[in-house]
Design a protein around this ligand. Structure first.
Ligand code: GRG
Length: 340
């Protein structure tokens, strides 16, 4: 078959992860009312499906395809990062945090389903993320089919797995691929989402309202809040191919950190330059809330120059890699070129 162009690759992977997410999210149980949390599951599907750029899953695929990772392992990792991301958006939109009514061009989850349900949607998406990271396709959506931990070493690849019989901690049936470091992947995702990553960054963000942050403080906040999840997406893709060679791991780690920061700088710029329809949310909200941003700290032109510099640095970090890294290069372009 003819090779995919890069933008066709993006479209194909975005459609693919949409289907993978749909397959992993619980659906209607068919049980009588009160016997299954059908409304929670409906709200989870509402939150996740049919929107978003899927940047984090695309980073998983781009890094994983660089090292020839197993497709099913990549699907699990791609779904996991998106589920964590969506959980963060659902909670971030709630009245106690950003109090947004619109997200991805639709009413936010708490507007549609109520605040209590929105909290639970976030909670359940977060735990589902870890389940899909370690479980073969389809199993997570089926209530009651997940077996307890098998006690087998996490690094051991599975020779074959019967559909629906999940052995947590094992990995997928790729016959002759490298062992997948499952424990390292779980740890990396937990750290990126937790108090030293996204949740901690959000705490710094909340505490920064009305405070004039220094540039290092702003950067530390953004590296944690937004950067950690983008960066771990690349890391998970790489790990899905087995333990990577040190030089490759270092190059890709640097790339992940740079695009993580670039993403936030671009987001801050778009917050003042794009209209609400483009953003699918209320433009200018961070400014209105007196939240520290790159634009408020540096000014618009310097923020644009910083985004361009980070774009160059992202490409520089991949300089030693060949055309197989073009998908990562294109995603760096995509993140920054949202500005144009
Ligand atoms: C509630 C624990 C917790 C954390 C929230 C990521 C985050 C932390 C909040 C999101 C708020 C926000 C608008 C942050 C700025 C950058 C960002 C993550 C934008 C949204 O991500 P996109 O542009 O969204 O990838 P889509 O909809 O395309 O997935």
């Amino acid at each position: 078959a003819a090779p995919l162009t890069l933008s066709a690759w993006m479209q194909a992977r975005a459609a693919h992860v949409e289907a993978a997410l749909a397959a992993r999210l619980p659906g209607p149980s068919g049980l009588a009312a009160g016997l299954a949390p059908d409304r929670l599951h409906e709200a989870m599907r509402y939150a996740v499906l049919g929107g978003g750029k899927r940047v984090r899953p695309l980073l998983v695929y781009a890094a994983g395809e660089l090292v020839g990772a197993d497709a099913a392992v990549l699907d699990g990792a791609a779904c996991a990062v998106e589920l964590i991301h969506v959980y963060s958006l659902v909670h971030d939109d709630m009245p106690a945090m950003d109090n947004d009514d619109m997200r991805r061009g639709r009413p936010t989850v708490h507007v549609q389903y109520g605040e209590a349900m929105a909290m639970l949607v976030g909670d359940a998406l977060q735990t589902l993320a870890f389940e899909v990271l370690v479980a073969p396709a389809g199993s997570a959506a089926q209530a009651g089919t997940v077996a307890p931990a098998s006690g087998q070493p996490a690094e051991r690849p599975l020779a074959a797995t019967a559909p629906g019989s999940v052995k947590t901690g094992d990995f997928l049936p790729a016959t002759d691929s490298a062992p997948v470091p499952v424990a390292a992947m779980v740890t990396a995702l937990a750290r990126a989402a937790g108090s030293w990553g996204m949740a901690g960054g959000q705490a710094l963000d909340i505490e920064g309202v009305g405070v004039r942050l220094s540039r290092p403080q702003l950067e530390a906040m953004h590296r944690a809040k937004t950067g950690a999840m983008l960066s771990v997406s690349v890391t998970l893709g790489l790990l899905a191919g087995g333990e990577p060679p040190a030089a490759l791991a270092a190059a890709v780690k640097r790339y992940g950190e740079i695009i993580g920061l670039a993403f936030q700088v671009v987001d801050d710029i778009l917050d003042v330059t794009a209209d609400s329809a483009t953003l699918g949310k209320t433009a200018g909200k961070d400014q209105a809330h007196d939240k520290p941003t790159y634009v408020s700290l540096l000014g618009l032109e310097a923020a644009r120059a910083l985004a361009a510099d980070l774009h160059r640095q992202a490409h520089g970090s991949l300089a030693g890699l060949g055309p197989e890294a073009d998908r990562l290069r294109m995603l760096a372009d995509f993140i920054v070129e949202r500005l144009h």
